[in-house]
Write a protein of this length. Structure first.
Length: 612
């Protein structure tokens, strides 16, 4: 899973001027002319507007310096007024882009147009149809266990806001104060949505309150946000009474805003329902359809998603059965055998700090092995290093099992693969190789690093991410690891790989089940536990995630199938001319695109290879 949101939501912007770095312009071999030149000028304006609306975007990209240094002191505006402005600006950008003559564009110019046009179009569709959730579709609840500034901002400030000098620390303080403002703006939007009939399910409120209360339990001097500033100013020997300033600001502004948000959720709890799906929300059936389009970026219906999932669970279960028998696991259903494997003491790391460090070392060792094999499968490799870190304890209760932060554009921040170690029993040894190939190499780290390092992509293309493409690639990478020989002497790890493929197939079933077929949370949990044997606590965390991000869980397998089909299509068309390295370069160096555009990218690669 990647944390970069799929669209420019909230990054559509006011017409106020902002300077765009030079890397924002496409570095094509020849200077663009005609419609292409107009398009790239538009992209520069769109990005200038995006920085104005979402100043933290520059920090995430590692370019909050020079002409964009001002962004480091600010955070987005999430008020009802600002959200309405963002919707209007997005619609205006879409209309402006469509004034271009698309027929005059070809090659990467056409890919760039189609990618941005899809982004603005699906965002516009959600913004026009639904008046809740902020901007667009895909996340109906402003505050949940996985959405909201309380959940995201402390980690953002700790891991992405760089502190090297006094000005950086001052900017951090300014953002702490803005964080308090952002919390109250979210509460304003949440109240607006509740009035429309949009309240999170009771179990979502409970998990969000658990996490909010964990932040409220800290005294100001121990709060993660304060501790981060104090630790880093001390490391850099930055003079100043940062403790008094930060603790005072936290006590006066941040903690009261957190308490107000918690009180709001508490007030909603008595009337909250237990229904899991968005079908119960205003225009909920259509909300799921648009969310599915936004996340998968494919032309697929909820019924097709459900049918695909059921078929894949069946076929992958048959593959797991063969491998399990080979490994000596022959009794019970596939789910029961996975459950037995997960409880095997030999497969569990001690649930201690020492055990968790041992687990992290094993992951780093796997990365070294697979990294050495990459030149045989890829023509171009990323320069950015990969780090593996624990999910911060303050948010591990509601966080996924693993996720990834892409490296900064300036190359100073590495790619980070976060793994949730709240309980090592959730991570048996046989499950870890595939998670690492997914989040790290050859999965998210390889794909997103190459995306960031591509010299011929305009900045807007590096900012936009697509779950169907990137999560689909990461699942494809899990499959590729088998072909690379990573499981030749690790049958249990291979069984783990099939487990994770089944896991994503199950997601198709339960995501469409809850949001389209009106399954209950408990029905979805049971289906997951029965088919892949995960313990109930793990399944609950996953199912509750799908409740607040409708459609996102389906993007993984839809994307993987698209990548695999594209490769088979290219192999069949090219025969002996097919080169796996060139196929991967074609699909990856074009940058993240909607799956419909990916098919065209591969068709272009096939056509050019035939001509050559």
């Amino acid at each position: 899973m990647t944390t970069r949101r799929d669209l420019l939501a909230g990054a559509a912007a006011l017409g106020a001027a902002a300077v765009v770095p030079k890397l924002a312009t496409a570095a094509t071999a020849a200077k663009p002319t005609g419609e292409a030149a107009k398009m790239y000028a538009m992209f520069d304006r769109f990005m200038a507007q995006a920085f104005r609306r979402s100043p933290e975007l520059a920090t995430s990209l590692g370019i909050d310096k020079g002409d964009l240094a001002w962004t480091k002191y600010e955070l987005s505006d999430f008020s009802l007024t600002a959200n309405a402005e963002s919707k209007a600006i997005n619609a205006g950008q879409l209309a402006e882009l469509r004034t271009l003559d698309r027929k005059q564009l070809s090659g990467m110019d056409a890919v760039n147009y189609d990618t941005v046009e899809f982004t603005l179009d699906v965002q516009d569709e959600g913004s026009r149809k639904f008046q809740y959730g902020g901007v667009g579709a895909g996340a109906p609840y402003v505050v949940s266990q996985l959405t909201g500034a309380y959940q995201q901002m402390p980690d953002f400030l700790d891991t992405q806001h760089v502190i090297e000098a006094k000005g950086d620390a001052d900017a951090y303080m300014a953002r702490m104060e803005a964080f308090a403002r952002l919390l109250d703006q979210e509460a304003e939007v949440a109240r607006h949505d509740v009035a429309l009939g949009v309240t999170p399910p009771d179990f979502v409120l409970d998990k969000a309150l658990t996490q909010l209360k964990s932040f409220l339990a800290y005294t100001p001097d121990k709060a993660p946000m304060v501790a981060s500033l104090l630790r880093r100013t001390k490391e850099k020997n930055i003079a100043g009474d940062w403790a008094a300033q930060a603790e005072g600001l936290y006590a006066e502004k941040v903690r009261p805003a957190l308490a107000r948000q918690a009180a709001l959720l508490e007030s909603l709890r008595p009337k909250a329902v237990h229904d899991a799906g968005v079908w119960r929300l205003p225009d909920g059936e259509d909300y799921y359809r648009v969310s599915l389009r936004q996340y998968t970026t494919a032309n697929i219906t909820p019924d097709e998603v459900h049918a695909m999932g059921l078929e894949l669970v069946k076929s992958l279960g048959a593959q797991a059965d063969v491998l399990m028998r080979k490994a000596g696991y022959a009794k019970g259903s596939v789910g029961e055998r996975y459950r037995a494997m997960a409880k095997d003491p030999k497969q569990l790391y001690p649930n201690t700090d020492a055990g968790k460090e041992q687990l992290l070392k094993a992951l780093n060792d796997k990365v070294k092995v697979v990294q050495a094999k990459l030149p045989g499968y890829f023509g171009q490799l990323p320069k950015a290093p990969l780090e593996i870190r624990r999910v911060p304890k303050a948010i591990e209760a509601g966080a996924p099992g693993g996720y990834y932060y892409s490296p900064s554009l300036d190359g100073k921040r590495p790619g980070i693969y976060w793994i949730n170690l709240r309980d090592t029993a959730e991570n048996p040894a046989w499950s870890l190789p595939t998670l690492t190939y997914h989040e790290g190499i050859p999965g998210h780290h390889l794909q997103l690093s190459l995306n960031n390092e591509a010299g011929d992509l305009p900045l807007i293309r590096k900012v936009i991410g697509f779950s169907g493409y990137s999560e689909g690639w990461a699942l494809y990478a899990e499959n590729l690891a088998v072909e690379m020989g990573m499981y030749d002497h690790d049958v249990l790890g291979h069984i783990g790989m099939i487990h994770d493929a089944m896991f994503r197939a199950v997601r198709l079933v339960v995501d469409s089940g809850m949001h389209h077929k009106r399954w209950s949370r408990e029905q979805a949990v049971k289906y997951m536990v029965d088919n892949i044997g995960d313990n109930e606590a793990t399944a609950v965390t996953e199912i509750e995630r799908y409740c607040v991000w409708p459609g996102q869980a389906s993007s993984y397998m839809v994307g993987k199938i698209t990548w695999l089909n594209a490769r088979e299509r290219a192999k069949k068309a090219l025969g002996p001319k097919f080169d796996i390295k060139k196929f991967h370069d074609a699909g990856l160096l074009a940058g993240g695109v909607p799956l419909t555009v990916l098919d065209r990218v591969i068709d272009d690669y096939v056509a050019s290879t035939r001509k050559a």
